[in-house]
Structure formats: C-alpha cells, structure tokens
Design a protein around this ligand. Structure first.
Ligand code: ADP
Ligand code: MG
Length: 145
C-alpha cells in the first residue's frame, strides 16, 4: 500500500489511524533517512493508541516505554546502536514478542533480529514533488521461509 502525504499533519494522521487499528503483538519497522518523518508518524501512532505524554526520539535509551494507552507502546530508535548485542542487553525479546506494539525506527540496522512477521513502513522524499512531499509504503512482510 502506498500513501502520499503533502505535509506533516497528513503523516501524523496516517500514523494515528494505524495506532487506532494496531493489535497487541504487532511489530512495525520504520525505514527512511534522517528527517523524513519517522518520528512524526510514530507520534501519530501514539495518539491513536490514546497516549497523551509527548513522544520524542529516544536519544539516550534505545527504547521508550509508554503504558498509558490502549495497549503498551514500545518505541525504539536504534540509530545510535553500535552492535546488535546492545539489544540483548535491554532484553528486546520481551518487547518484540510481548503484548504491546513495537515501533522500530532505523530497523534496518538490526535486521537480523527483527521478527519475520512484521509490517514494514518506508518513508521517502521526492524533491521534485515539493519539500514536504512524502511517499509512505506500508508492506506486510509476512514471509514464510
Ligand atoms: P525522522 O524521525 O525520520 O528523523 P522527524 O519525524 O523527526 O524525522 O522529522 C521530520 C521533519 O520533516 C519534521 O520537521 C516535519 O515537520 C517535516 N515534514 C515536512 N513534511 C512532512 C511530511 N509530509 N510528513 C512528515 N514530516 C514532514
Ligand atoms: Mg526520529
């Protein structure tokens, strides 16, 4: 599924819709360059889950946990991760295979531990269509191998 957005509000609204529909155990990966809108999208998801506290990119911690919404929300930003072993140290399996929903920014950096059953969201710019244009691809990569 491909959705085009033309401003930050539309990306937020798309995330919100997804947050309203998300189910316990869902894992979403977010791929895209710095400043493309991964956190904006994630903030929409949080609102859709009924989370009121502000969502920022977790700068000093790999994961930020929000328990106040409809289901627990685990927001990962692994941009600064040095080694996948850092994920072991935080006990990532409890999150990835738990009853909350996971959002993982920069998931491509830890591809080897991402569950097969996840939804991949890719956000891309296209400057020919304007500075605020984003192309958002949502892929259910439920591969069996
Ligand atoms: P990332 O988390 O991918 O590094 P952020 O979500 O922190 O990026 O920042 C995205 C920036 O792009 C924000 O400053 C936002 O206002 C801007 N922006 C402009 N157009 C859009 C759009 N269509 N969707 C999302 N963000 C947009
Ligand atoms: Mg971010």
């Amino acid at each position: 599924m491909v959705i085009e957005t033309w401003n930050e509000k539309e990306t937020f609204a798309l995330g919100k819709k997804l947050g309203e529909q998300a189910k316990p155990g869902d894992v979403y990966t977010l791929i895209g360059d710095l400043g493309v809108g991964k956190t904006v999208f994630t903030q929409g998801v949080a609102e859709g889950l009924g989370i009121q506290e502000p969502i920022n990119s977790p700068t000093f911690t790999i994961v930020q946990v929000y328990e106040e919404g409809r289901i627990p929300f685990y927001h990962f930003d692994v941009y600064r991760i040095g080694d996948v072993e850092e994920m072991d140290e935080i006990g990532y399996e409890d999150y990835f295979y738990g009853d909350g929903i996971c959002f993982i920014e920069w998931a491509n950096l830890i591809e080897e531990i991402i569950p097969q059953n996840r939804v991949q969201i890719t956000i891309e710019k296209n400057l020919e269509k304007g500075f605020d244009y984003r192309r958002i691809t949502i892929d259910n990569e439920n591969t069996c191998n």
